[in-house]
Design a protein around this ligand. Structure first.
Ligand SMILES: [Zn+2]
Length: 151
């Protein structure tokens, strides 16, 4: 099971994510909503794949608006923080605010994030890439431990 276009292994998404993310006409045309994976290949135009079947980024409004390297792309979809905002001064504080809001149950990652999971792993990767490790105060290694478990 890997992306037919780029070979990325992707990550399993649930029908909850597909129903929230995929445009209505494309969603209606799908035979099944199980066993889909989100392609995470850099620059790949496949949003989701299931065997040889694909859903293009163009059919996923949250992904169609911005390229993967666009500073204005959303990284935190629940609270709508862009890559530019998160890497600006104050980004670490935004990260802390996201984690607090998730702990309070205000997030809706499975619906709002095209990956169907918490954004904090992506936020931390972005912060690590943008700043020397010593400046990234609050980022633990790995993913989110506040709302979806650490992976
Ligand atoms: Zn791909």
């Amino acid at each position: 099971m890997s992306c037919p276009r780029c070979g990325d292994r992707g990550r399993v998404v649930t029908d909850v994510t597909l129903r929230a993310q995929v445009s209505a006409p494309r969603l209606a045309a799908l035979d099944a909503l199980d066993a889909w994976r989100r392609c995470l290949g850099a620059g790949c135009d496949v949003a989701y794949f299931r065997g040889a079947e694909i859903i293009d980024r163009a059919d996923v409004p949250a992904l169609a608006r911005h390229a993967d390297d666009d500073p204005e792309r959303l990284v935190c979809f629940c609270f709508e923080h862009t890559a530019a905002a998160l890497t600006a001064p104050g980004g670490a504080a935004l990260r802390a605010a996201i984690a607090d809001a998730c702990r309070d149950g205000q997030d809706a990652c499975e619906q709002k994030n095209p990956k169907g999971r918490c954004c904090l792993g992506d936020v931390d990767a972005l912060l690590r890439a943008a700043a020397p490790p010593a400046l990234v105060i609050s980022a633990p290694s790995g993913g989110c431990s506040c709302c979806c478990g650490d992976d």
